[in-house]
Design a protein. Structure first.
Length: 585
């Protein structure tokens, strides 16, 4: 039992007085871990030398041997891109330079094809396809007239995008080829397609020559991983390639992958506007056959700099841990302030609820006192009638006073969303000062409101403006000594704005604090402030379409000026009804 009590006392101390020591121990352990782990790495120079040497020279050599692959893939990409764009441009020119009626002329279409063959011998045939996918007119070596292509992917893509480049496929001719098509319209405004086909051998001719580097394999696949050209090691044309489909990339890229237990490099380039991917594959061991490591050249440098490294580790670890500790302290401070702010918000909501509930018994007291007054008024024989009536009047006056207080509190806490309505600023400021009249009387503060006679009513949110001026006047109360003065001036600023200036003769604000006064959690009140009042005030004024400024002379005065629009933009705004809460709640 004694041992259990002792353990409990130790645990209680560890959870209370020992919390600071635990925190310090945690940072010390972090610092020691950084220093020890870094020093251990520094004290094994041979291992470091081997790893650095191996990694550095291997990576540099890999970059060097990958460069030809990247260059080859990039050149092939540009060549294929140029080839496809040129053919697409030719077909687009033909279909837009000739009407559908002209292209429907077999002689005209034949002449166009002959002209194409003279300049581009890679064209195999050409055909004009109607909106239903039927090839109405055709020139070429195959009997493909009236063939239906409505279910072909390239046909659907052409109707959708206006142009397309197909995969290599066998088609009706049972021979590997691919099609390039562009869209147009016939004389009735219906879609039509001009399509030309090309032998798949033209794609194979764009690959690197097989004799250029026997260990290298170059080929073209589509975006489903199907081979579009013959290969040395990756499969036959129109079969799935043995290499994995590379991820999409806007530029030429190099990947390292495993194939049949061997590591290989794969360079690839996606051909824009087509389904084709140009691929270059070569075995890693073949490329790195001439690579060897240079081992002992860094030992002297590592040995002579060990002391410097250890000193740098100590300084860096100390600096880093101190920064981490400072960041943790700031985070905890902010969390405490947020917790305090949430607590104050809960108290505010509780106060509003209490005020609402008090209205019900006040209504009953008011009703019963009124009834008692009526009974006493109509009963002439009641003894000491005047004394009782005087007491009843006192009850009614007290009830009315309580009702005014609860109405103010409920009206202040009533709105969350911005709801605008007509507001007399002088009347609103008097309501706000009503919350603070007891404190101002107790401290003998002199408060004066001066309003120009031509100041108009404004359209704004009553509850939010009450919050704004309550925060500002509260700050003024905190800045002045007992018997201090607070002057409030309301003036018109042009035709569209009204300004309210709250000036006190308090301690003032230092210049270095003035630029930060509206920042969240910035406070000069140490333990008594949250640093959120003026930040929230600034946000509310901005949301209401106004602006707030501050000016001060240290030791003499501080002046807050709130400039509000007379009629702000009413888009998305509600209109406040301005009615007070009833006694019945």
């Amino acid at each position: 039992m004694a041992e259990t009590t002792k353990k409990r006392k130790i645990r209680e101390w560890w959870e209370t007085e020992g919390s600071v020591d635990k925190t310090l121990f945690r940072y010390r352990r972090l610092w020691a871990g950084i220093v020890v782990s870094s020093c251990l790495v520094s004290l094994i120079p041979l291992i470091i030398m081997v790893i650095v040497n191996y990694y550095q020279y291997q990576k540099e050599f890999e970059k060097e041997v990958q460069h030809p692959m990247r260059l080859l893939a990039s050149n092939a990409r540009w060549a294929m891109q140029f080839f496809l764009n040129e053919r697409l441009s030719v077909l687009s020119f033909i279909i837009h330079d000739n009407s559908y009626k002209e292209l429907s002329d077999q002689k005209r279409l034949t002449q166009i094809f002959r002209n194409l063959k003279e300049n581009h011998r890679d064209f195999v045939d050409i055909g004009l396809i109607d909106a239903d996918g039927r090839q109405r007119f055709y020139v070429g070596p195959y009997g493909l007239k009236d063939k239906n292509y409505s279910q072909q992917d390239w046909f659907k893509e052409t109707l959708l995008r206006g142009r397309s480049v197909s995969d290599v496929f066998m088609g009706f001719r049972r021979f590997p080829h691919f099609a390039i098509a562009v869209g147009g319209v016939d004389e009735d405004g219906r879609a039509c397609v001009l399509r030309a086909t090309f032998d798949a051998a033209i794609l194979a001719s764009m690959r690197e020559s097989e004799t250029a580097r026997p260990s290298r394999d170059t080929f073209i696949i589509n975006r489903a991983g199907i081979l579009q050209t013959p290969t040395k090691t990756s499969g036959k044309i129109l079969t799935r390639a043995t290499v994995a489909l590379p991820p999409p990339a806007a530029e030429t890229a190099i990947l390292e992958s495993q194939q049949a237990g061997q590591t290989q490099y794969m360079g690839y380039a996606y051909i824009e506007g087509s389904p084709f991917i140009y691929v270059v594959v070569e075995q890693r061991d073949t490329l790195l056959g001439g690579w060897f490591s240079l081992r002992n050249k860094l030992i002297w440098f590592l040995g002579s700099s060990m002391v410097v490294i250890v000193l740098v580790i100590l300084v860096a670890a100390t600096y880093s841990v101190n920064r981490i500790r400072e960041a943790d302290d700031k985070r905890l401070s902010v969390l405490h302030k947020v917790e305090y702010t949430a607590k104050m918000a809960s108290i505010g909501r509780l106060a509003a609820g209490v005020a609402h509930e008090i209205n019900n018994p006040l209504a009953i007291i008011n009703e019963k006192a009124g009834l008692l007054k009526d009974l006493l008024s109509f009963s002439a024989e009641f003894p000491q009638q005047k004394k009782f009536l005087k007491n009843v009047e006192s009850i009614l006056e007290s009830v009315e006073r309580c009702a005014v207080i609860t109405r103010r509190l409920l009206r202040f806490a009533k709105h969350m969303d911005i709801r605008r309505g007509p507001i007399d600023l002088r009347s609103l400021l008097n309501e706000v000062l009503g919350f603070l009249e007891k404190e101002s009387a107790y401290r003998k503060l002199e408060i004066q409101i001066d309003a120009q006679p031509d100041v108009p009513m404004i359209e704004s949110d009553r509850g939010r403006l009450q919050q704004v001026f309550l925060n500002i006047i509260n700050n003024a109360f905190g800045a002045v000594a007992d018997g201090g003065k607070i002057n409030i001036h309301i003036i018109r600023e042009g035709d569209n704005h009204v300004s309210v200036t709250v000036r006190d003769n308090g301690v003032g604000i230092p210049p270095e604090h003035r630029d930060h006064i509206f920042e969240p959690f910035f406070t000069t009140k140490e333990k008594h402030g949250t640093g959120l009042g003026l930040s929230i005030t600034y946000g509310i004024v901005e949301k209401l379409g106004g602006k707030i400024t501050v000016d001060s002379q240290v030791g003499e005065w501080t002046k807050f000026t709130v400039i509000l629009p007379v009629k702000p933009d009413m888009a998305g705004s509600g209109v406040e009804d301005g009615s007070d809460a009833s006694l019945a709640g």
